[in-house]
Design a protein around this ligand. Sequence first.
Ligand code: BG6
Length: 510
Amino acid sequence: MAPTVRSNPLRDPRDRRLPRLPDASALVVFGATGDLARKKLIPAVYDLFNRGLLPPGFVLLGFARRDWSDGDFADFARESAEKGARTPFREEVWDRLAGSVRFLQGSFDDDAAFDRLASTLEDLERSHGIGGNAAFYLSIQPSAFPVVLKQMQRTGLSSAANSGGWRRVVIEKPFGHDLASARDLNALVDDVFTPSGVYRIDHYLGKETVQNLFALRFANNLYEPIWNSQFVDSVQITMAEDVGIGTRAGFYDETGAARDVLQNHLLQLLALTAMEEPVSFGPETIRTEKLKVLRAVSLPADLARFAVRGQYEQGWLAGERVPGYLDEKDIPPDSRTETFAAVRLGIETRRWAGVPFYLRTGKRLPRRVTEIAIVFKKAPHLPFDQTDTAELGNNQLVIRVQPDEGVTLKFGSKVPGSAMEVRDVAMDFLFGEAFTEASPEAYERLILDVLLGDATLFPNNAEVEESWRIIDPLEEYWASTTPHRYRAGSWGPAAADEMLAADGRRWRRP
Ligand code: BG6
């Protein structure tokens, strides 16, 4: 008999601190045996379940090509949760979740498999009381999106009216390959699902430190008066990784660093850093403000100098010799795909006119670090001898997205002693020290939001298309160039340093 699903007595929409429980529902994961599912999605589901944030009527339904039984998938899911979960793995918790794990074998062009999926969801309605509610997570190659979406349309899986509950779809980035393909995909997705049921994942928006940008900027009085071109010299946004491309050669070689990270994660960080205060914290108000920033973004006229891409060569990282990109397994030896991208952008608004935003991302850089650094102008007048302030740099506010999540303020201080000497010092806030509660993983928060129907942290169509408008000219320009080379374990090609030097600036060494 179907378990009775009770409404959550804690749910009070006026108090956003209280935990919210989603409706009874199924989470269907296409590509359930892939890397993303194993490393992120399944551990996040376990963590949510372990925290008591999933509803009593919940089912995790994996869909993939492998000829697996429910039991095989449950074993795989258990191992993923044991290895990847953030919260402690507990046998009794897993046993309860395992009762709600199902698997369906099929390929995306297999009509019969999708028919089975539709009838399985109906069965789950009876056995698990999921109320006709389902979220479909497309954790698959972007090239397979159209066929899967069409199958869901054909079988009526995407129709809320058919099911009597809600139907949502979650799409992993990159959303399209350029503006034209993103438009086609947007049109298709909106034809299959109601637009309010489409969730485009950019997992950076689910990170605690990224959300803290809202608090930092809009809950404090301290920063807002200086958050503009009058005080800010420039902004540097860095997303560096020490890892290479791992086992994703096929995907990565088609995609490259600009489409993989710049088009989405970095432009979203830029939008959150530069946006005006939203009138409230609803999805539409936040998206409107982000969109205004993206629309105002301008590219440099001289792309040869201010848009740099690179490809790593063999080198050393953490005492280990690592191969160059062209020697990675399954990468064509003449590939011109970039593993590093840096660009200078402008934002043509009164607040930001003349302030360069330098964005960079790369693989095989010295360490994994993501940060947003607001570099302030120098004081207009220094009543000291020049030698007193020789060691004084620009004031900086650095938001450390990861690791060592927190915020650092860099400013000048007198060096103790009888002489007047001013040197840079740092004031540090660390999430890990200030709070006892650990932050949820980005995927934990975002999966929960999908089940709750809260789209605040998901970019919409217009943002995605606007981001391609920015990236397309870069890609067109780069298509006729060969990437600069950089040694694995270095901070990218010399041309990236020259780009800042041309403006009389330097990259931070985070
Ligand atoms: C993904 C990119 O979106 O983000 C990967 O496709 C990258 O190439 C990953 O490694 C990094 O995510 P995080 O959360 O580890 O910074």
